[in-house]
Design a protein around this ligand. Structure first.
Ligand code: RIB
Length: 302
């Protein structure tokens, strides 16, 4: 059993099922509404736990009903939440998700996630030092992300940065990132380029990888799979063809499953294929976490 630590966000997702996203100034009627536990950090922790790993989460919720529900749910999913604090001064993170037939748009109000700070990392140094791999994302303060990546590298812990929601990433931070996993839109922000065709994306990937040799770039591409650069050539591993119900959390499933594969020392092509299969399976059910597969389900999908 591998030891995976996730430092990141925990949210209550308010999922609104709609035919389309409203325009500015417009009111539309939606179809259904659900409250589900989410947050990119919590989702990645659940994804890795379902695959049979020992997963510890570090983060912050509010001292409110949502915070209680989030922690209870993570415990039921086998995630150790001893590193998650409840802050009485702030509300738990909330994500409003407009779920349309094939895609979604999300507004996140970080709330307690903004209180996931360096002190919290220092208090949980032992958890981080004993990890096989650490995953973090950008729904918590950037300075915490920078700090936890630095501490992890100093202690020889492998790191994955899922740069979502995307922002420009500086070179100093990248020194401590072993794997970076943007989707195509996030990679546009990171590379400061716009891609109109896949060949433009692929050229940008090759040049980005040449400039940042110590970090492996893996771009997730939805139904087109996931790509990385090998000997100046982009390798794309296709995802499974599935009936899509809900794409929320697909990227998080990919990251949790990638952490599984890499911590089990799988070569990059196998780790990316494993993660892509897990992500494909996750979109066949409603909600960010409900469709996240077990190890057997991923293995049997081939
Ligand atoms: O990646 C999906 C997640 O993004 C949702 O669960 C939501 O909480 C937002 O953080």
């Amino acid at each position: 059993m591998k030891n995976i630590v996730v430092v990141g966000s925990l949210n209550m997702d308010l999922v609104l099922e709609v035919n389309r996203v409203p325009k500015i100034g417009e009111t539309i009627k939606g179809e259904e509404m659900s409250y589900l536990v989410g947050g990119k950090g919590a989702n990645q922790a659940v994804a890795a736990s379902r695959l049979g790993n020992e997963v510890k989460m570090i983060g912050c919720v509010g001292q409110d009903t949502y915070g209680e529900k989030i922690l209870k749910h993570l415990k039921e999913e086998g995630v150790n939440v001893e590193g998650v604090i409840k802050d009485e001064a702030i509300f738990s993170g909330i994500a409003t998700i407009f779920k349309t037939t094939n895609d979604n748009s999300i507004v996140v109000i970080p709330g307690a996630n903004d209180f996931c700070n360096k002190d919290l990392i220092d208090k949980n140094l032992d958890i981080i030092k004993s990890a096989d791999i650490l995953i973090t994302q950008l729904e918590i303060p950037l300075e915490t992300v920078e700090y936890v990546l630095k501490v992890s590298k100093e202690n020889d812990v492998k790191t994955i940065l899922n740069p979502a929601p995307a922002t420009k990433i500086n070179k100093e931070l990248l020194k401590n990132v072993d794997f970076i996993t943007p989707n195509e839109t996030e990679f546009e922000i990171i590379s400061e380029k716009v891609f109109n065709h896949s060949n433009e994306l692929e050229e940008a990937m090759v040049s980005w990888q040449k400039e940042n040799i110590s970090t492996t770039l893996i771009v997730t591409r939805g139904k087109d799979g996931a790509s990385y650069v090998e000997e100046d050539t982009v390798k794309t591993l296709k995802s499974l063809e599935v009936d899509v119900v809900d794409t929320t959390g697909a990227g998080d499933t990919f990251n949790g499953a990638l952490a599984h594969g890499l911590s089990h020392e799988l070569p990059i092509d196998e780790a990316v294929t494993f993660a892509g299969t897990a992500a494909s399976l996750s979109v066949t059910k409603f909600g960010a976490q409900i469709g996240m597969p077990t190890f057997e389900e991923v293995k049997n999908a081939h």
